[in-house]
Design a protein around this ligand. Structure first.
Ligand code: SF4
Length: 564
């Protein structure tokens, strides 16, 4: 049985944990403890409920229940558990892509660069229809050649995603082949999402490194506070921000992209503590997406009289201007109703420089720093929070270890917000870094932060393009230190296919099968040059950092890598 002792590294969050105990408010940490012990079959991937003959399990000790009623054995059950997660993550990515394309295509926004926006939309639609070999040309050939050899090159939703869903229905597909279908599905969603990053630039203008404030001290003491939760369509976000700006209303975010030129959405908190901002009493209205938004918000919103507006209702209007007007009106009404709610806003606030890209940092300089031995390697931090770890602690400790040991640290999305709360992305802050790393950061730009916020997709493409080498030829790893959502699993799998060595916690539900875990490591390494390290031992954050450090220090034969 696993109980969380320390719940968070964030003192602003901790302040409200004591209040929650006094007021008997249930938070994710309490609900997690209520779920223990977790089901071992589900945890190890040895369960299935894909049809009505089940649910089935594969029991490690009983001879009678080794295979499901239809004959799925432990190896297939485990690898299909991963496939199911990736399919859901892929659908999440495609849902975001679809919302954005629809809003732009129907003229709800006037793109800054209309011709480019139309071209990117055509590329995305072609990718979704048939794979669009042209769009893939921007990826390094060393990567796409491996995809072609393995049969995972994107060929459109019907071939990549719909067919992959049928693997859990039945048929004769082995562990490695199922894993390749999993990768194929992940690539479709992640490439389409990466293209919408370019669409965002064409529609709103390219983001440049921008100071963004994070943590609950950003909330307004007296004014109206609107919070955007989750990946709400950028077009709707921009309209809400524009209309709010006219009335001097502040719009901030939780688990949402903070940079949408010319608007900045300060990050009030990150995934693990998404319920806590309600307890400040300062939130008037929440605009809620589905992904990254806990259903528990509804209950806590009632306690604090917060209005929640879901963006994906069946009857929502297609007119985003009218929808944004309605959101502002409801926020004003909610603020009036809530005038008697006391506000308790912690002072905690940090500044983070977010939005670096291949346009603003020369990836060739990073490649040179690796080749010359000035830095030992590069690690990308990704993923959100998981209640199974003291919030943000794994990120903090692992980053500190790497910064002290000549590892260049990149972060994106929610991982950036987690690290930003502790100043790692603040260029003005003195953060302990090794001399080698400091000298490299100084070559990358004026006043670079210790950790660089850079979209993983853009960074990997830039690094591979810097010398035309496969990413597997670099000492590069990715850490999903406190992962949670299925989109993060799809992203991790995509990184493996790009040749990156991925470390992922908590352990993925495949450990019930040695064949499945071997496939994630050995088969992926042989096929793509990257692997998903399956670490079953319970180790602390420092030991987790040591895994990559040992990998980059190992001889070529030991590591299986060719970077030395
Ligand atoms: S698909 Fe097979 S293993 Fe899954 S629930 Fe149905 S019979 Fe059981």
């Amino acid at each position: 049985m696993e109980f969380i002792q320390k719940k968070t590294a964030d003192q602003a969050v901790e302040h409200f944990l004591f209040k929650a105990v006094d007021q008997e408010i249930s938070l994710p940490w309490d609900r997690f403890e209520g779920q223990l012990p977790e089901c071992g079959f589900c945890e190890s991937g040895l369960s299935c409920r894909d049809c009505l003959q089940g649910p089935c399990i594969s029991h490690p000790f009983r001879s009678q229940s080794k295979v499901g009623v239809c004959g799925k054995d432990k190896d297939i059950l485990a690898v299909q558990s991963l496939l199911r997660l990736v399919l859901k993550g892929t659908m999440g990515n495609l849902d975001q892509v679809n919302d954005f394309i629809e809003a732009v295509s129907t003229g709800q926004v006037e793109p800054q660069n209309k011709a480019l926006a139309e071209e990117i939309i055509k590329d995305i639609i072609a990718l979704l229809h048939n794979g669009n070999a042209e769009a893939l040309k921007s990826l390094p050939q060393a990567v796409t050649d491996k995809w072609a050899a393995a049969g995972v090159t994107p060929q459109g939703i019907a071939q990549d995603v719909i067919k992959a869903t049928q693997k859990v229905e039945g048929g004769i597909t082995g562990v490695e082949e199922t894993l390749l279908w999993t990768i194929k599905a992940a690539l479709m969603g992640c490439i389409a999402k990466a293209l919408t990053g370019k669409l965002k630039g064409a529609v709103f203008g390219d983001a440049v490194p921008t100071p963004v404030t994070v943590n609950m001290g950003v909330l307004e003491k007296d004014g109206i506070n609107i919070l955007i939760y989750g990946p709400v369509s950028p077009v709707l976000k921009a309209k809400v921000a524009a209309k709010a700006g006219e009335k001097n209303i502040k719009v901030m975010g939780v688990c949402t992209d903070p940079l949408l030129p010319p608007y900045i959405f300060s990050a009030v908190t990150n995934y693990g503590s998404q319920e806590i901002p309600f307890m400040t009493g300062a939130v008037d209205l929440v605009v809620a997406a589905d992904q990254y938004v806990n259903p528990s918000l509804e209950g806590i919103a009632k306690d604090w009289k917060v209005k929640i507006v879901p963006v994906n209702g069946l009857k929502k209007t297609d007119d985003l201007d009218a929808f944004a007007d309605e959101i502002i009106k409801q926020a004003e009404e909610a603020h009036n109703i809530r005038r008697d709610v006391p506000r308790d806003i912690p002072a905690d606030k940090e500044t983070a420089m977010l939005g670096y890209s291949a346009e603003t940092v020369d990836a060739k300089k990073i490649a040179d720093a690796v080749n010359s031995g000035k830095i030992k390697g590069i690690v990308i931090f990704s993923g959100s929070n998981n209640v199974k770890y003291a919030q943000d602690t794994e990120f903090k400790v692992i980053v500190e270890e790497f910064l002290a040991k000549d590892i260049l640290c990149i972060s994106d999305g929610e991982a950036s917000i987690a690290l930003a709360k502790y100043g790692f992305l603040n260029p003005e802050k003195e953060i302990a870094c090794s001399d080698g790393l400091k000298s490299v950061l100084a070559t990358l730009g004026d006043k670079m932060p210790a950790v660089i916020d850079w979209s993983a997709a853009d960074f990997l493409q830039a690094l591979a393009g810097a010398e035309g080498k496969a990413l597997s030829q670099y000492p590069i790893g990715a850490y999903f230190a406190e992962a949670n959502r299925s989109a993060e699993v799809a992203k991790a799998v995509t990184m493996v296919a790009m040749g990156v060595s991925v470390y992922f916690w908590p352990i993925l539900p495949i450990t019930g099968s040695t064949k499945a875990t071997d496939a994630m490591e050995t088969f992926c390494s042989e096929t793509f040059g990257g692997k998903l390290n399956v670490v079953t031992a319970k180790i602390d954050a420092r030991a987790k950092a040591a895994l990559f450090l040992e990998e980059v220090d190992a001889s070529p034969t030991m590591s299986g890598k060719d970077w030395k």
